[in-house]
Design a protein around this ligand. Structure first.
Ligand code: FCB
Length: 489
């Protein structure tokens, strides 16, 4: 094993490179991506930055969930992988891997500690430093404005349920566009509204509100609770459209989009009841967001379903703004499909989500690469051929696949997972899908929300005690894939 010591401003960082990588030069390639295809990796602020109270940063809801409610069993993102201090070394690692674009998110509370009002210049300066370091390394920054870390001060004012949230967000977005918009050309307004508002949001409400029955299974959230979150997702969609409008009115020349978690839904059988259950589940998870973002209108069936339960908060003029300000690209996060059957006893609109039957279950559900092909072709066909970036895809399988042995991590399952998904993405491109980028989640092991540090998704292993970074075999694979713009199957 080779060990390289990098001397940072105030600390030593040890980076170890495995001599046991399986990096190989390929001659004849089975799979070659189109010229100009962009390979990247993704992270989010809360999961990597740490420095949770530094340089004027305010508290976000995730600071509260982890420190106060102990949602991750007492683990927190207070330090995470300390990217706030180690960004130079991390950018150097990305450069070594050949990464062409780095997707990261901005912590709203670094820019506006109270969510609105006084701007914290030190927060802006941090992101300017990070962006400049990336540009210097030839890596294109791709910024997500919001990856779940709402300022606590705004949560105290009703959070996303309060219609004012639309203005809070667009004010914040405008500040960031003006401060960094000259040098960043790829923008994502929001990350995964379904997972954040309908899954995590419902789960939290059930934990904090004694009148709501506690949710033990995130896949069996009652329909009524999901419907009650629709108003919050409408505020996201509206804020997203208004932020696009602001971005374009500032005359900035980059591309702006939104990232959705897309899960293709398959019925257990071909019966009408099962097919109907699949249609509704697809409506909740996918169409409720794809339709407004790409077509400018909500899907009628789900709109009617939500209206039967609760209001959605649509006001006059909202849909016009949403229709007029559509994305330059759609960001797709894909991890797994959803399999369903009809079950009249289920409180989730009669839908039962079937358990994952994989022998070696991945953290984020069933491994089904073909689902990526299906969803890409489906979006292309049904939504008028949008430009698509895969903004997240990746996996973790637990300690057997992720253990450090003699300085190496032989993460064969992750290697296999990624190759098979890349191959399906390639197949979709050949079928005519305008897929232009692929961001792997994640370059580094990091803080995985309610699972804390247990669930590792990184290409690079992180020792959370001393912050050592070690390339896993999948990192060497990815390096070779980027270098060759493809790979042998
Ligand atoms: C996605 C999230 C991302 C990460 C991966 C594993 O749903 O967007 O932050 O947690 O899952």
């Amino acid at each position: 094993m080779k060990t390289i010591l990098l001397l940072g401003a105030s600390f030593f960082l040890t980076i170890s490179l495995c001599s046991c990588s399986n990096n190989k030069e390929s001659k004849v390639q089975d799979i070659t991506f189109p010229q100009g295809f962009v390979w990247g990796t993704a992270t989010s602020a809360y999961q990597v930055e740490g420095a949770y109270q530094e340089d004027g940063k305010g508290a976000s809801v995730w600071d509260t969930y982890t420190n106060q409610y102990k949602l991750a069993g007492g683990e927190t993102g207070n330090v995470a992988i300390d990217q706030y201090h180690r960004y130079k070394q991390d950018v150097a690692l990305l450069k070594d891997m050949g990464i062409q674009s780095y997707r990261f998110s901005i912590a709203w509370t670094r820019i506006l500690p109270e969510g609105t009002g006084k701007v914290n210049q030190a927060g802006i300066d941090y992101y300017l430093r990070l962006v400049d370091e990336l540009l210097k390394a030839g890596i294109e920054p791709a910024i997500t404005l919001y990856h779940w870390d709402l300022p606590q001060a705004l949560a105290d004012r009703g959070g996303w349920r309060n219609r004012e949230s639309v203005k809070w967000f667009t004010d914040y977005a405008e500040i960031v566009f003006k401060a960094i918009g000259d040098r960043v050309k790829t923008w994502i307004t929001f990350n995964e509204p379904f997972i954040d508002r309908m899954m995590i949001g419902s789960f939290l409400r059930s934990r904090l509100d004694p009148t709501i029955e506690p949710i033990s299974n995130p896949f069996a959230i009652p329909g009524a609770l999901i419907a009650q979150q629709a108003i919050e997702t409408h505020h996201w969609i509206l804020a997203h459209a208004k932020a696009i409008k602001i971005y374009r009115s500032l005359g900035l020349s980059g591309k702006i989009g939104m990232t959705l978690s897309i899960s293709p839904v398959y019925p257990e059988t071909d019966s009408e009841a099962d097919r109907n259950a699949a249609r509704v589940e697809d409506g909740l998870h996918n169409r409720w967001f794809l339709h407004p973002v790409l077509k400018g209108a909500y899907p009628e069936d789900i709109r009617a379903l939500y209206l039967k339960h609760t209001g959605i908060g649509i006001q006059e003029g909202d849909m016009e703004v949403i229709k007029k300000n559509r994305v330059d690209f759609l960001g797709v996060n894909y991890y797994s499909p959803t399999r369903v059957k009809a079950n009249s006893d289920s409180k989730r609109f009669g839908i039962e989500i079937l358990p994952n039957s994989d022998e070696r279950p991945a953290f984020n559900g069933e491994v089904y690469p073909e689902g990526l092909y299906d969803l890409l072709v489906r979006i292309d066909t049904e939504y008028d051929h949008p430009v698509i970036y895969i903004t997240e895809n990746g996996a973790g399988f637990g300690s057997e696949d992720d253990s450090l042995v003699d300085g190496c991590v032989h993460d064969m399952l992750r290697q296999d997972y990624l190759k098979r998904h890349f191959a399906e993405a390639h197949r979709a491109i050949q079928a005519g899908v305008k897929l232009q980028r692929y961001y792997v989640w994640s370059c580094f092991d990091n803080f995985e929300w309610v699972f804390g540090y247990k669930n590792r998704f990184g290409l690079i292993h992180v020792n959370f005690e001393n912050q050592e970074r070690i390339w896993k075999d999948s990192a060497f694979d990815f390096q070779s894939c980027i270098k060759n713009n493809g790979f042998d199957q």
